[in-house]
Ligand binder design. Structure first.
Ligand code: BTN
Length: 253
């Protein structure tokens, strides 16, 4: 492969053997003025974090545990669009390297054969309503074997190695990820969200299906109609009412 083909994303990289969480380190770098595109990668995380205050299992040497610092010139309410953009970048990177086409489960789980291979965690640092930085955390299960997952996790999680039946080069995935992040960000800045949304919809599995959405405000059921321009999920309930779901865990029926 060709090495890093970007101008901004991944041009500054900080690699750690072991950290608590790359999100935490990235926030510190961001506060100290790190550039747009700065990448923090770790071989192991001892306190990897997932969405909804969950833990993210990040064993040594097997996965990609990475956080990008972005400084996009966008409005605060558009920040969720970056999570969707990142999901597309992950899909394209995996597709290029492995020829496997993963699927996106709203908002940001990447699945292969119905099992989760990657999760994305977006955290914002804002002042008033101006974005200072967006920290995008990406966890990709790359070279775990089934034995590395506990029995209950095996049901819901997978790795690229399990799916491909061979070891995958983590550097190659990271380089492709940087490339697609930069390409998609450029597209987003020049043409706005519509082209990103179209790409996202190409790979999304939840749209047009009956789903259950578990949110902090309660559980909602209905037909997933699609996402709006803010990246919010539109759910049509049995009574015909359409509600907006900002953040949830969804189950597809
Ligand atoms: C999720 O699906 O719940 C999101 C998981 C995000 C995990 C990544 S790994 C790199 C970064 N550092 C963390 O502590 N979490 C994110």
């Amino acid at each position: 492969y060709l090495g890093l083909q970007t101008e901004t994303i991944g041009r500054s990289v900080y690699f750690y053997e072991s950290v608590s969480s790359t999100q935490k380190i990235a926030k510190e770098y961001a506060m100290n003025g790190a550039n747009h595109g700065t990448l923090i990668v770790a071989d192991e995380q001892t306190e990897g974090r997932g969405r909804m205050v969950r833990k993210w299992h990040s064993p040594k040497g097997t996965g990609i545990w990475a956080s990008f610092i972005l400084r996009p010139d966008i409005q605060l309410q558009h920040a969720p669009q970056l999570t969707l953009l990142t999901a597309v970048a992950v899909v394209l990177a995996i597709k290029d390297v492995t020829n496997i086409i993963p699927e996106i489960k709203w908002p940001n789980d990447i699945l292969i054969n119905g099992r989760k291979v990657c999760g994305i965690l977006t955290e914002l640092q804002a002042e008033e309503d101006r974005i200072q930085s967006v920290i995008i955390g990406i966890g990709i299960n790359v070279n775990q074997s089934t034995e590395n997952f506990s029995d209950d996790i095996q049901m819901i999680a997978t790795s690229l190695k399990i799916e491909l039946e061979q070891t995958v080069n983590r550097t190659e995935i990271i380089q492709k990820l940087c490339y697609y992040l930069e390409q998609l960000l450029n597209l987003y800045i020049s043409e706005g969200f519509p082209p990103i949304k179209r790409l996202w919809e190409t790979y999304a599995i939840s749209i047009g299906k009956q789903i259950t959405a578990r949110t902090l405000k309660g559980t909602f059921e209905g037909l997933a109609l699609g996402i709006n321009d803010e990246g919010v999920l539109l759910l049509k309930q049995a009574n015909g009412e359409i509600i907006e779901i900002l953040s949830a865990d969804i189950e597809i029926k």
